[in-house]
Write a protein that binds this ligand. Structure first.
Ligand SMILES: [Zn+2]
Ligand SMILES: [Zn+2]
Length: 146
């Protein structure tokens, strides 16, 4: 993509959310993160498989895959097997990381270790709301260690 076109795309992405989001659940994060689930084919596939035409966060599996702490404990097991223990940061941020990871596995399948995808803003926003950076988890967040 020519540089001018790339710059233009970035600018568009800082336009009001309603100009690039059609699912109604995205929020403005940053030019590269402002991507809607409705323009992310792999995420759309998961939605269409179960007849959801609104937003991935309305998918009946979303809560389980992205927000359920016990599912994420299991994801942690796979993480440890592959990479070893996670650095001891705030529990909320470790859960957030596992949630992003599980969503990618769910929608994209296996990606090579260095391949990155942009997780739609509505997903990132919902996960951050559940596992806030500067706030408390609403409820009991179980420990990740075994
Ligand atoms: Zn959206
Ligand atoms: Zn969405």
């Amino acid at each position: 993509m020519p540089e001018a076109a790339a710059a233009e795309t970035m600018e568009d992405r800082m336009a009001p959310v309603s100009e690039w989001c059609t699912c109604g659940h995205c929020s403005s994060l940053s030019p590269v993160e402002n991507v809607c689930c409705r323009e992310t084919p792999k995420v759309m596939n998961r939605c269409e498989q179960v007849g959801v035409y609104t937003c991935i966060t309305d998918h009946p599996g979303f809560q389980l895959v992205a927000l359920n702490p016990y599912v994420l404990q299991a994801v942690y097991g796979t993480y440890v097997q592959l990479f070893g223990e996670m650095p001891e940061t705030m529990l909320n941020s470790r859960y957030r990381h596992l949630a992003y990871r599980n969503v990618v596995r769910w929608c994209w399948g296996y990606l090579g270790q260095h391949i990155r995808v942009v997780i739609p803003s509505c997903i990132v926003t919902r996960i951050r709301q559940e596992f806030p950076e500067d706030g408390l988890y609403r409820g009991f967040l179980p420990p990740l260690h075994f």
